[in-house]
Design a protein around this ligand. Structure first.
Ligand code: SAH
Length: 259
Protein backbone atom coordinates (compact mmCIF):
# COMPACT_ATOMS: atom_id res chain seq x y z
CA UNK A 1 0.00 0.00 0.00
CA UNK A 2 1.34 3.44 -0.85
CA UNK A 3 1.10 6.29 1.62
CA UNK A 4 2.11 9.07 -0.69
CA UNK A 5 0.64 10.31 -3.94
CA UNK A 6 -2.66 12.00 -4.67
CA UNK A 7 -6.19 10.80 -3.91
CA UNK A 8 -7.96 10.07 -7.20
CA UNK A 9 -11.62 10.98 -7.67
CA UNK A 10 -13.12 9.24 -10.70
CA UNK A 11 -16.54 9.91 -12.22
CA UNK A 12 -18.20 8.61 -15.37
CA UNK A 13 -20.10 11.73 -16.37
CA UNK A 14 -18.96 15.18 -17.44
CA UNK A 15 -21.36 17.06 -15.17
CA UNK A 16 -19.89 15.33 -12.11
CA UNK A 17 -16.26 16.03 -13.03
CA UNK A 18 -17.00 19.63 -14.02
CA UNK A 19 -18.50 20.30 -10.62
CA UNK A 20 -15.45 18.88 -8.82
CA UNK A 21 -12.98 20.73 -11.05
CA UNK A 22 -14.82 24.00 -10.49
CA UNK A 23 -14.76 23.57 -6.71
CA UNK A 24 -11.15 22.39 -6.44
CA UNK A 25 -9.78 24.74 -9.11
CA UNK A 26 -7.92 21.93 -10.91
CA UNK A 27 -5.10 22.22 -13.45
CA UNK A 28 -5.44 19.93 -16.49
CA UNK A 29 -2.93 17.35 -17.81
CA UNK A 30 -3.85 15.16 -20.77
CA UNK A 31 -2.77 11.53 -21.14
CA UNK A 32 -4.21 9.65 -24.11
CA UNK A 33 -7.79 10.81 -24.41
CA UNK A 34 -8.30 11.53 -20.71
CA UNK A 35 -7.89 14.87 -18.97
CA UNK A 36 -6.57 14.61 -15.40
CA UNK A 37 -7.28 17.60 -13.13
CA UNK A 38 -4.70 18.15 -10.39
CA UNK A 39 -5.23 20.27 -7.29
CA UNK A 40 -4.52 20.64 -3.61
CA UNK A 41 -7.87 20.40 -1.88
CA UNK A 42 -8.87 20.12 1.79
CA UNK A 43 -5.25 19.40 2.71
CA UNK A 44 -4.71 16.61 0.14
CA UNK A 45 -3.16 16.36 -3.31
CA UNK A 46 -6.15 15.32 -5.47
CA UNK A 47 -6.67 14.27 -9.09
CA UNK A 48 -10.15 14.29 -10.61
CA UNK A 49 -10.79 12.58 -13.94
CA UNK A 50 -13.66 11.76 -16.26
CA UNK A 51 -13.49 8.01 -16.94
CA UNK A 52 -16.34 7.95 -19.42
CA UNK A 53 -19.03 5.32 -19.24
CA UNK A 54 -18.48 1.56 -19.01
CA UNK A 55 -16.00 -0.94 -17.66
CA UNK A 56 -13.22 -0.61 -20.25
CA UNK A 57 -13.16 3.20 -20.09
CA UNK A 58 -13.07 3.07 -16.30
CA UNK A 59 -10.37 0.38 -16.16
CA UNK A 60 -7.95 2.17 -18.52
CA UNK A 61 -8.48 5.45 -16.68
CA UNK A 62 -7.66 3.91 -13.32
CA UNK A 63 -4.61 2.04 -14.66
CA UNK A 64 -3.31 5.41 -15.91
CA UNK A 65 -4.02 7.04 -12.53
CA UNK A 66 -1.99 4.36 -10.79
CA UNK A 67 0.89 3.99 -13.24
CA UNK A 68 1.32 7.58 -14.42
CA UNK A 69 0.25 9.55 -11.37
CA UNK A 70 1.09 7.13 -8.53
CA UNK A 71 -2.22 7.74 -6.77
CA UNK A 72 -2.44 6.43 -3.20
CA UNK A 73 -6.15 5.62 -3.36
CA UNK A 74 -9.05 5.70 -5.80
CA UNK A 75 -12.53 6.95 -4.93
CA UNK A 76 -15.31 6.52 -7.49
CA UNK A 77 -18.19 8.96 -7.27
CA UNK A 78 -21.25 8.63 -9.49
CA UNK A 79 -24.87 7.65 -9.92
CA UNK A 80 -26.54 4.24 -10.06
CA UNK A 81 -29.88 2.53 -10.46
CA UNK A 82 -31.42 1.30 -7.19
CA UNK A 83 -32.12 -2.46 -7.05
CA UNK A 84 -32.68 -3.14 -3.33
CA UNK A 85 -36.30 -2.85 -2.13
CA UNK A 86 -35.57 0.11 0.14
CA UNK A 87 -33.00 1.82 -2.13
CA UNK A 88 -34.82 4.83 -3.50
CA UNK A 89 -33.96 7.76 -5.77
CA UNK A 90 -31.87 10.27 -3.80
CA UNK A 91 -30.41 7.63 -1.44
CA UNK A 92 -26.67 6.95 -1.30
CA UNK A 93 -25.08 3.52 -1.75
CA UNK A 94 -21.49 2.97 -0.62
CA UNK A 95 -20.11 -0.20 -2.24
CA UNK A 96 -18.76 -2.79 0.18
CA UNK A 97 -18.09 -5.26 -2.62
CA UNK A 98 -18.60 -5.29 -6.36
CA UNK A 99 -19.38 -7.88 -9.05
CA UNK A 100 -19.45 -7.73 -12.85
CA UNK A 101 -23.01 -8.88 -13.41
CA UNK A 102 -22.44 -9.44 -17.14
CA UNK A 103 -19.31 -11.61 -16.77
CA UNK A 104 -19.91 -15.26 -17.64
CA UNK A 105 -17.14 -17.73 -18.50
CA UNK A 106 -19.29 -20.74 -17.59
CA UNK A 107 -19.07 -23.66 -17.85
CA UNK A 108 -15.29 -23.22 -17.59
CA UNK A 109 -15.68 -21.10 -14.46
CA UNK A 110 -18.65 -20.38 -12.20
CA UNK A 111 -20.81 -17.53 -13.46
CA UNK A 112 -19.38 -14.07 -12.48
CA UNK A 113 -15.99 -15.53 -11.50
CA UNK A 114 -13.07 -13.73 -13.14
CA UNK A 115 -10.67 -16.39 -14.46
CA UNK A 116 -7.25 -16.49 -12.72
CA UNK A 117 -8.49 -14.39 -9.80
CA UNK A 118 -10.59 -17.21 -8.32
CA UNK A 119 -13.15 -14.64 -7.23
CA UNK A 120 -16.23 -12.86 -8.48
CA UNK A 121 -16.58 -10.28 -5.70
CA UNK A 122 -14.00 -7.50 -5.33
CA UNK A 123 -14.04 -5.71 -1.95
CA UNK A 124 -13.61 -2.04 -1.28
CA UNK A 125 -10.90 -1.10 1.26
CA UNK A 126 -12.24 -1.04 4.83
CA UNK A 127 -10.64 2.26 5.91
CA UNK A 128 -11.71 4.20 2.80
CA UNK A 129 -15.12 2.52 2.83
CA UNK A 130 -15.84 3.45 6.45
CA UNK A 131 -14.68 7.00 5.93
CA UNK A 132 -16.92 7.31 2.84
CA UNK A 133 -19.95 5.97 4.75
CA UNK A 134 -19.29 8.49 7.52
CA UNK A 135 -18.83 11.28 4.99
CA UNK A 136 -22.10 10.39 3.25
CA UNK A 137 -23.93 10.37 6.59
CA UNK A 138 -22.28 13.57 7.78
CA UNK A 139 -23.16 15.37 4.55
CA UNK A 140 -26.89 14.70 4.74
CA UNK A 141 -27.80 17.72 6.91
CA UNK A 142 -25.91 20.14 4.63
CA UNK A 143 -27.29 18.60 1.48
CA UNK A 144 -30.12 20.99 0.87
CA UNK A 145 -27.60 23.83 0.65
CA UNK A 146 -25.36 21.87 -1.73
CA UNK A 147 -28.18 21.12 -4.15
CA UNK A 148 -29.99 23.37 -6.52
CA UNK A 149 -32.25 20.45 -7.32
CA UNK A 150 -34.49 20.15 -4.31
CA UNK A 151 -37.59 20.80 -6.37
CA UNK A 152 -36.48 17.99 -8.67
CA UNK A 153 -36.08 15.60 -5.74
CA UNK A 154 -39.50 16.65 -4.45
CA UNK A 155 -40.91 16.05 -7.95
CA UNK A 156 -39.56 12.50 -7.76
CA UNK A 157 -41.32 12.02 -4.44
CA UNK A 158 -38.11 12.27 -2.39
CA UNK A 159 -38.05 14.15 0.87
CA UNK A 160 -34.51 15.26 1.82
CA UNK A 161 -35.17 14.08 5.41
CA UNK A 162 -35.84 10.50 4.23
CA UNK A 163 -32.53 10.02 2.42
CA UNK A 164 -30.73 6.85 3.54
CA UNK A 165 -27.09 5.77 3.26
CA UNK A 166 -26.80 2.04 2.40
CA UNK A 167 -23.71 -0.18 2.27
CA UNK A 168 -23.41 -3.49 0.47
CA UNK A 169 -23.15 -5.15 -2.92
CA UNK A 170 -23.01 -3.05 -6.09
CA UNK A 171 -23.14 -4.74 -9.50
CA UNK A 172 -21.55 -3.40 -12.69
CA UNK A 173 -22.00 -4.22 -16.37
CA UNK A 174 -21.91 -2.62 -19.79
CA UNK A 175 -25.68 -2.08 -19.82
CA UNK A 176 -27.91 0.77 -18.71
CA UNK A 177 -30.60 -1.15 -16.80
CA UNK A 178 -33.72 0.60 -17.94
CA UNK A 179 -36.59 -1.82 -18.11
CA UNK A 180 -38.47 -3.96 -15.64
CA UNK A 181 -37.44 -7.25 -17.27
CA UNK A 182 -33.71 -6.42 -16.98
CA UNK A 183 -34.22 -5.27 -13.43
CA UNK A 184 -36.07 -8.40 -12.31
CA UNK A 185 -33.55 -10.66 -14.06
CA UNK A 186 -30.68 -8.96 -12.19
CA UNK A 187 -32.48 -9.13 -8.87
CA UNK A 188 -33.18 -12.83 -9.35
CA UNK A 189 -29.55 -13.58 -10.24
CA UNK A 190 -27.91 -11.36 -7.60
CA UNK A 191 -30.48 -10.89 -4.83
CA UNK A 192 -28.11 -9.02 -2.52
CA UNK A 193 -27.38 -6.28 -5.05
CA UNK A 194 -28.31 -2.81 -3.81
CA UNK A 195 -27.51 -0.90 -7.00
CA UNK A 196 -26.52 -1.33 -10.65
CA UNK A 197 -24.00 0.81 -12.50
CA UNK A 198 -21.45 0.50 -15.30
CA UNK A 199 -17.92 1.02 -13.90
CA UNK A 200 -17.37 0.13 -10.24
CA UNK A 201 -16.42 -3.56 -10.41
CA UNK A 202 -13.90 -2.83 -13.18
CA UNK A 203 -12.25 -0.13 -11.06
CA UNK A 204 -12.23 -2.49 -8.07
CA UNK A 205 -10.49 -5.16 -10.14
CA UNK A 206 -7.74 -2.81 -11.36
CA UNK A 207 -7.17 -1.52 -7.82
CA UNK A 208 -7.03 -5.12 -6.58
CA UNK A 209 -4.35 -5.86 -9.23
CA UNK A 210 -2.19 -2.95 -8.10
CA UNK A 211 -3.05 -3.19 -4.37
CA UNK A 212 -4.32 0.38 -4.34
CA UNK A 213 -7.12 1.14 -1.83
CA UNK A 214 -10.48 1.74 -3.45
CA UNK A 215 -13.99 2.81 -2.40
CA UNK A 216 -17.08 3.89 -4.30
CA UNK A 217 -20.12 6.03 -3.58
CA UNK A 218 -23.22 6.25 -5.77
CA UNK A 219 -26.22 8.56 -5.56
CA UNK A 220 -29.32 6.70 -6.74
CA UNK A 221 -30.57 8.42 -9.90
CA UNK A 222 -33.24 5.91 -10.93
CA UNK A 223 -34.78 2.57 -10.00
CA UNK A 224 -33.25 0.66 -12.97
CA UNK A 225 -36.75 0.12 -14.38
CA UNK A 226 -39.00 1.39 -17.17
CA UNK A 227 -38.82 4.93 -15.79
CA UNK A 228 -34.98 4.99 -15.52
CA UNK A 229 -34.33 7.44 -18.34
CA UNK A 230 -36.91 10.01 -17.19
CA UNK A 231 -35.23 13.14 -15.79
CA UNK A 232 -31.85 11.38 -15.94
CA UNK A 233 -29.73 14.21 -17.35
CA UNK A 234 -31.47 16.86 -15.28
CA UNK A 235 -31.02 14.76 -12.15
CA UNK A 236 -27.26 14.42 -12.79
CA UNK A 237 -26.81 18.14 -13.34
CA UNK A 238 -29.03 19.50 -10.60
CA UNK A 239 -28.84 16.86 -7.90
CA UNK A 240 -26.19 14.17 -8.30
CA UNK A 241 -23.22 16.35 -9.32
CA UNK A 242 -23.44 18.85 -6.42
CA UNK A 243 -24.51 16.07 -4.05
CA UNK A 244 -21.56 13.82 -5.01
CA UNK A 245 -19.11 16.73 -4.79
CA UNK A 246 -20.44 17.54 -1.31
CA UNK A 247 -19.86 13.95 -0.12
CA UNK A 248 -16.33 13.95 -1.61
CA UNK A 249 -15.46 17.25 0.10
CA UNK A 250 -16.68 15.88 3.41
CA UNK A 251 -14.63 12.72 2.79
CA UNK A 252 -11.46 14.77 2.18
CA UNK A 253 -12.10 16.85 5.29
CA UNK A 254 -12.49 13.70 7.40
CA UNK A 255 -9.63 11.76 5.82
CA UNK A 256 -6.30 12.12 7.70
CA UNK A 257 -3.68 13.86 5.57
CA UNK A 258 -1.21 11.11 6.58
CA UNK A 259 -2.11 7.44 7.19
N1 SAH B 1 -28.28 8.85 -20.93
C1 SAH B 1 -26.96 8.93 -20.42
C2 SAH B 1 -26.47 7.53 -20.23
C3 SAH B 1 -25.70 7.40 -19.01
S1 SAH B 1 -25.31 5.75 -18.70
C4 SAH B 1 -26.10 9.71 -21.35
O1 SAH B 1 -26.54 9.96 -22.45
O2 SAH B 1 -24.98 10.11 -21.02
C5 SAH B 1 -25.54 5.71 -17.02
C6 SAH B 1 -24.41 6.14 -16.13
O3 SAH B 1 -24.94 6.23 -14.84
C7 SAH B 1 -23.29 5.12 -16.05
O4 SAH B 1 -22.07 5.76 -15.78
C8 SAH B 1 -23.73 4.21 -14.88
O5 SAH B 1 -22.64 3.87 -14.03
C9 SAH B 1 -24.77 5.01 -14.11
N2 SAH B 1 -26.13 4.47 -14.01
C10 SAH B 1 -27.17 5.15 -13.48
N3 SAH B 1 -28.30 4.43 -13.52
C11 SAH B 1 -27.97 3.24 -14.09
C12 SAH B 1 -28.75 2.08 -14.43
N4 SAH B 1 -30.05 2.03 -14.21
N5 SAH B 1 -28.11 1.04 -15.03
C13 SAH B 1 -26.77 1.12 -15.26
N6 SAH B 1 -26.01 2.20 -14.99
C14 SAH B 1 -26.59 3.26 -14.40
Amino acid sequence: MRNTGPIAIVSAMQEEVSKLVELMNGEPTTVGSRVFWLAHWHGHPVIAVLSGIGKVAAATTVATLIERFGVKEVIFSGVAGGLGDDVKVGDVVVAKELVQHDFDASPLFPRYEIPLYARSHFPSSPLQHQCLVQAAQASLPGLARAMQGEHLLAGLGVNAQDILVHEGLVVSGDQFISNNAQREDLRARLPLALAAEMEGAAVAQVCFDFKVPFAAVRVISDRADDSASLNFTQFIEEVAAPYGAHVIQTYLEMRPTHD
